[in-house]
Design a protein around this ligand. Structure first.
Ligand SMILES: NC(=O)c1ccc[n+]([C@@H]2O[C@H](COP(=O)([O-])OP(=O)(O)OC[C@H]3O[C@@H](n4cnc5c(N)ncnc54)[C@H](O)[C@@H]3O)[C@@H](O)[C@H]2O)c1
Length: 253
């Protein structure tokens, strides 16, 4: 079978060097997709590529160092994917940076950085894959937002929460615009999932956070990957513009 007729779906996962992005990317590989691991951190990409878990899947994996706040780099990556794999079926906008800066200490530089990665990256990666998804008359975009974008800070700053709230409205904006063209756009809003990033949170704060979660534990990466996998599937074709909470009951709405 020539590459161009290959039936495997092609998924791009941003921030796939560790944490939720890595778990989502591995889930897609286990579902027989081709997966593009996008991350700004080349060392993390190398570690993933060399890990035992990935060895059976290397022919279905591509590793691209991309800073999602760099629009030219995003466009370049999409062209590279299309040149080799011809299609793009799924985009997961997962790359994100969290900072716990107070309102008083916020600098313009830090504000711009967080907004351009978390929100700009989501907008411009989605924009970059649209022409391809429209020509295929199908596609799935899934934005990894946060409880912080719904309820305000748990362990983050105003910039992070604003970027995550922005992702929720981008989800609806893209969903409305693309609904009639076979493309769905949804968001997942996690809170307190155990990823490497959690090591940056003060241990006393973590203990208090855990006590406040109704299910009395932190979330697991595979629990988030499970929702993303469902939203990426053909079975979820009637769901668009929605936000799926995964927060142990911290926010019930
Ligand atoms: N872990 C949680 O509890 C939680 C809760 C709510 C929301 N989220 C969201 O889920 C996503 C993943 O979180 P995580 O906990 O796995 O984080 P993480 O820090 O463990 O992983 C994030 C990945 O994104 C990459 N990245 C950072 N900046 C980038 C850039 N400019 N371009 C490309 N890649 C970049 C990092 O190198 C890293 O590999 C984030 O968007 C985060 O805001 C996580």
């Amino acid at each position: 079978m020539s590459e161009i007729n290959e039936k495997r779906k092609v998924a791009i996962v941003t921030g796939a060097g560790q944490g939720l992005g890595l778990e989502i990317a591995k889930k897609f590989l286990s579902e027989e997709m081709k997966v593009v691991f996008v991350d700004v951190n080349q060392q993390l990409l190398n570690e993933v590529k060399n890990s035992a878990d990935l060895q059976p899947y290397l022919s279905n994996s591509k590793f691209l160092q991309v800073d999602v706040s760099d629009v030219a780099a995003i466009k370049h990556s999409v062209n590279e994917i299309l040149r080799e794999w011809f299609r793009i079926d799924i985009l997961v906008n997962n790359a994100g940076v969290r900072k716990e800066t107070s309102i008083e200490d916020m600098t313009e530089e830090e504000w711009n950085k967080i907004l351009s990665v978390n929100l700009g990256g989501t907008f411009f990666y989605s924009q970059a894959v649209l022409a391809t998804m429209k020509s295929q008359k199908s596609g799935r975009i899934i934005n990894i937002s946060s409880y912080g974008g719904q309820a305000g800070p748990l362990s983050s700053g105003a910039h992070y929460c604003a970027s995550k709230a922005g992702q929720l409205v981008l989800t609806k904006t893209f969903a409305r615009s693309l609904a009639s063209q076979g493309i769905t756009v949804n968001a997942v809003a996690p809170a307190a999932i155990e990823t490497p990033e959690m090591k940056n949170i003060d241990t006393n704060k973590l203990a208090k956070m855990k006590d406040s979660i109704p299910v009395q534990r932190f979330g697991r990466e595979e629990e988030v990957a499970g929702i993303v996998s469902y939203l990426a599937s053909d079975a979820a074709g009637y769901i668009t513009g929605s936000t799926f909470d995964i927060n142990g009951g911290l926010l019930m709405r």
